[in-house]
Ligand binder design. Structure first.
Ligand code: F6P
Length: 522
């Protein structure tokens, strides 16, 4: 069954939130903390290795209560069940949305068109395991009988961002195989990669759900021609594999049937990392780590499906997002990771959020008269502190931010980590509490700037009250990364339910593609 179609703005809960916003525009974080010394404790959710502190948001308990009523008013609980059970919730494309099934360890069947999809998922996982095991161990040989040293992932969008982000995030756990990613149709991107690899020792993984994407097919053709400069068509089977739903097109391209890893219609491109699209991850980290990633994602799935909404991390994060987007008129949200390993996370999440929820038509086919998808962006701390953070601290915009930090560094250098995390907490404090005119005055006085006092004082004030949520995770492990990605995936879904839009199609990317084709002909 499809999701219910409820215009959120027509609910009683929405009106209550509007009134609540009018009454409480003057949220003052300093005051809220002074008035309630239990605020941080009360507004923190602890789950597994995650501690999510949302106390520095512009909310009160009443705001949360009102937002929770909105979740009920749009039948969120029922929507979540439909999502996990394989109901056809991607109505425009007539598909189920079942990336969660890819990481499910439960024996319960999940039916699509009356057929349990679990067996095919298991078979594919076994195939990924066998293949990556052979390549990593050196059993799989190239055409000149040499061991494989390099893997090139050729794909774009969801067929690139996920594996690339995960491998970068978990490179601490990586084996000796070198991984490369080719996505852009820009030939220079292709040749820069080719100049560093040897065809005799490289496997090319062509990842394209449709196997029609212009970028991927053009790049794959160029690479096959380059490969055939030194090898023969009979060697393709040892060096080219594909991940696709379009078996016919893959075979026509010349790839051996045995080397095709299937994905299915019910896996959306931007949620496909958990399928065979993650094969490069399994090659780079080993299958066991890939499986740990899936298991972590499942942990968050179970939390999302079963935890009461007030203790449910993805639900609370989504409700906050609606609060900022629709009531405080914030246009964007930022994600700041205090680990260099997560440098590709914002770009990955941009596709997840913006391709999913950048919609202006609701589930009734009506144009919406309220704001939907937020602009998502971000970077890593501390680099970003020396870049755009000035605007967050003293600019005129409110940009709610997620700060992601880890209790332990991977290489064990506590000295660096102490400084890194001091910056993490320093930024959050500065954003939330700012610096008053009295404090700025005192600082200038202490620094001996009495003469310049009047001139400098206004510029030294930080108004504060800038919202942020902090996520402290024990350690960056495959399991915890899986949980983190899954948490944001569920935030995408929840937002879509709340905004009454279809999150799982992406017709908005089509027009540009069509016009590019026309330009080529003219
Ligand atoms: O950008 C549109 C899109 O369809 C994405 O949703 C998808 O991840 C990407 O293109 C790649 O598609 P494919 O895997 O079919 O090549």
């Amino acid at each position: 069954m499809a999701l219910n179609s409820i215009n959120p703005t027509k609910t009683e809960a929405w009106r209550t939130l509007e009134n609540h916003y009018k009454d409480t525009q003057q949220f003052n974080l300093r005051k809220l903390f002074q008035e309630n010394n239990q605020r941080q404790k009360q507004l923190t959710i602890q789950f597994d290795d995650f501690k999510v502190d949302f106390s520095k948001n512009l909310i009160s308990q009443e705001t949360i209560g009102n937002l929770l009523s909105l979740a009920d008013a749009v039948d969120l609980k029922e929507a979540i069940e439909k999502y996990f059970s394989g109901d056809m919730i991607n109505v425009t494309e007539k598909r189920s949305v079942l990336h969660t099934a890819l990481r499910s360890n439960s024996e319960d069947p999940i039916l699509v068109d009356g057929k349990d999809i679990k067996p095919q998922i298991k078979t594919t996982l076994r195939k990924i395991k066998t293949f990556s095991g052979k390549v990593i161990s050196g059993k799989w040989r190239g055409y000149s009988d040499k061991q494989i040293t390099d893997i090139v992932n050729i794909g774009i969008g969801g067929s690139d961002f996920g594996p690339r982000m995960v491998i970068e995030s978990l490179k601490y756990y990586k084996n000796k195989l070198k991984t490369h990613f080719i996505s852009n149709i820009d030939g220079d991107h292709v040749y820069e990669v080719l100049k560093n690899i040897n065809p005799e020792t490289t496997i090319f993984v062509i990842v394209s759900k449709t196997f029609t994407t212009q970028e991927t097919i053009t790049n794959a053709n160029t690479i096959r021609d380059w490969f055939l400069n030194s090898a023969t068509v009979f060697d393709i089977a040892k060096h080219f594999v594909a991940v696709s739903t379009n078996t016919k097109a893959v075979i026509n391209f010349g790839i051996d049937k045995k080397n095709i890893f299937p994905i299915w219609d019910w896996v959306g491109g931007r949620f496909s990392l958990w399928s065979a699209v993650g094969i490069t991850v399994s090659l780079a980290l080993g299958f066991d780590k890939f499986k740990e990633l899936l298991d972590g994602a499942e942990k968050m799935d179970i939390h999302y499906r079963t935890a009461p909404f007030e203790e449910n991390i993805p639900v609370v994060l989504s409700l906050l997002s609606i609060w900022y987007n629709n009531f405080l008129n914030c246009e964007s949200e930022a994600i700041f990771s205090y680990t260099h390993y997560l440098k590709y996370l914002p770009e990955y999440l941009q596709q997840a959020f913006m391709e999913s929820n950048g919609k202006e038509v609701d589930r009734n086919g009506e144009k919406v008269d309220y704001q939907t998808g937020t602009i998502v962006w971000g970077s890593v701390g501390t680099n970003m502190q020396h870049s755009f953070m000035q605007l967050l601290h003293q600019g005129t915009k409110i940009i709610p931010s997620d700060f992601i930090g880890f209790e332990k560094p991977l290489h064990g250098d506590e000295e660096h980590h102490k400084k890194l995390m001091a910056n993490f907490y320093g930024q959050i404090e500065a954003l939330a509490f700012g610096k008053t005119i009295e404090e700025a005055h005192l600082d200038l006085k202490m620094a001996g700037h009495i003469d310049a006092m009047a001139r400098l004082l206004p510029y030294k004030v930080f108004s504060g009250n800038k919202p942020s949520t902090s996520l402290i995770i024990k350690k960056l492990t495959p399991k915890n990364l899986g949980m983190l990605i899954s948490m944001y995936e569920h935030k995408v879904f929840t937002q879509g339910v709340l905004w009454n839009i279809y999150s799982f199609d992406q017709y908005g990317v089509e027009l540009g593609k069509e016009l590019a084709k026309k330009m080529l002909i003219n």
